[in-house]
Design a protein around this ligand. Structure first.
Ligand SMILES: *Cc1c(COP(=O)(O)O)cnc(C)c1O
Length: 400
């Protein structure tokens, strides 16, 4: 008898595992075995979830909130989200235009499934967050990547969008502040993108997960708030992971046209159902909070950003722009490619990061995972002490 080898489906075979999660896993493993790793690879705030949010979850459990909720989320939470969109973003979504999901990741996954047919194209500016391309693949659609450059602050030029447009173009995805670049789109750039989308009847998916981490000097704007035409074509995605240090709670949400949200909810009714009940209850508390949580966190992140950008630019051959948001820097290290570092010739960002982790015990994510091989991504959601230690190791590594 021949041995039975299970075969997975073709569309899953085409999807690589998340590169950021892979590097983080390796760094964590090294750490667990006693190696002193400085980890810049993670994608989450290093703060704990605030106590008042944790208390609210515990209270919810003791109050017996341990049953299923409606698939689209608790009615009260959808109301609170609707108010949040109105107050913070000038977006008027009714509660039926809102869904709560298992993280913003599931929001995005559901939306991709809800709008994309096989063969459709979705425009994605590059560098891009790793999962967008895989989500498009899982909907049997194609990603059309538009390169943007550090030299002009990752501006999304409309002539490039024009060139990418085909009869199959269904949607355009934007992510501001951006993971991995930290770039924040200006009002002018957003207005241009909105005009382009309206003119060509494209759906805009706006991933606004880093909204609350936008530094003074940059302005956060929801593209859907620019005018009533673009509002009708936009799905706005957000969540509590990054804003409230709640990555593990898995609560994200979206507002958008009721046709799209309704379809995404139907999909959710056959996959996860509504997210965890007591996490939704705690999210009501989190989103209703009026304390200065964001300001405090923003100040901490800003000091770290300033420090890491300065230290990186002090290294000869490293070129790092100052990001307007999120908690990542995306320095260009390509001047080292083709040269020997500590006995090994570096061919690209994968080599660079693998060698850096092995030789200097510093974890960073290769830019190629985000579609740009010249750069690497460092998360500065870690202490100033770790930042100084890690960049000092990087500096020594590059001289080796
Ligand atoms: C972290 C992240 C998400 C998803 O966050 P969830 O934890 O699933 O809510 C979505 N988009 C980007 C760009 C992210 O960095």
């Amino acid at each position: 008898m021949t041995e039975f080898i299970p075969k997975v489906s073709k569309h899953i075979e085409a999807v690589p595992p998340s590169a950021t999660l892979a590097i983080t896993a390796k760094a964590k493993k090294m750490k667990a075995s006693g190696i002193n790793v400085v980890n810049f690879a993670g994608g989450e705030p290093d703060f704990n979830t605030p106590d008042f949010i944790i208390d609210s979850a515990i209270k919810s459990l003791h109050a017996g909130e341990t049953k299923y909720t409606p698939v689209a989320g608790m009615p009260k939470l959808r109301e609170v989200i609707s108010e949040k969109f109105k107050k913070d973003n000038n977006l008027e979504y009714s509660t039926e235009q809102i869904m709560v999901n298992v993280g913003a990741k599931q929001s995005l996954f559901n939306i991709f499934q809800a709008i994309l047919n096989p063969g459709d194209e979705i425009i994605i500016p590059s560098p891009y967050w790793v999962s967008y391309v895989s989500m498009a693949k899982l909907a049997s659609a194609s990603s059309v990547l538009i390169p943007t450059e550090q030299a002009d602050n990752f501006y999304l030029h409309i002539d490039k969008l024009q060139k990418a447009l085909t009869p199959k173009t269904k949607a355009i995805l934007i992510n501001s502040p951006s993971n991995p670049t930290g770039a924040v789109y200006s009002r002018k750039n957003l207005q241009e993108i909105a005009d382009f989308a309206v003119e060509n009847k494209l759906i805009v998916i706006s991933d606004e997960i880093y909204e609350k981490i936008t530094y003074p000097g940059s302005e956060f704007i929801s593209i859907g708030s620019l005018n009533s035409d673009i509002f009708k074509q936009t799905v706005t995605v957000n969540g509590l992971s990054k804003s409230h240090a709640m990555t593990g709670w898995r609560i994200g949400y979206s507002g958008g046209p009721k046709e799209i949200i309704g379809a995404a909810i139907r999909l959710q009714s056959h996959s996860t159902s509504g997210p965890t009940t007591f996490c939704q209850a705690a999210s009501i508390t989190a989103l209703s909070d009026k304390s200065d949580l964001f300001e405090k966190n923003l100040k901490i992140f800003m000091d770290r950003r300033n420090r890491i950008v300065q230290l990186l630019n002090d290294i000869e051959g490293v070129n790092c722009s100052k990001p307007g948001g999120a908690f990542y820097v995306f320095p260009d290290v390509s001047s080292f490619y083709g040269t020997k570092i500590s006995g090994k010739t570096i061919e690209g960002s994968l080599d660079f990061c693998a060698h850096l982790l092995e030789t200097a015990q510093v974890a960073a994510v290769p830019g190629i995972a985000f579609g740009n091989d010249k750069h690497i991504r460092l998360s500065y959601a870690t202490s100033i002490g770790n930042i100084e230690e890690g960049i000092s190791r990087l500096s020594k590594f590059l001289k080796g």
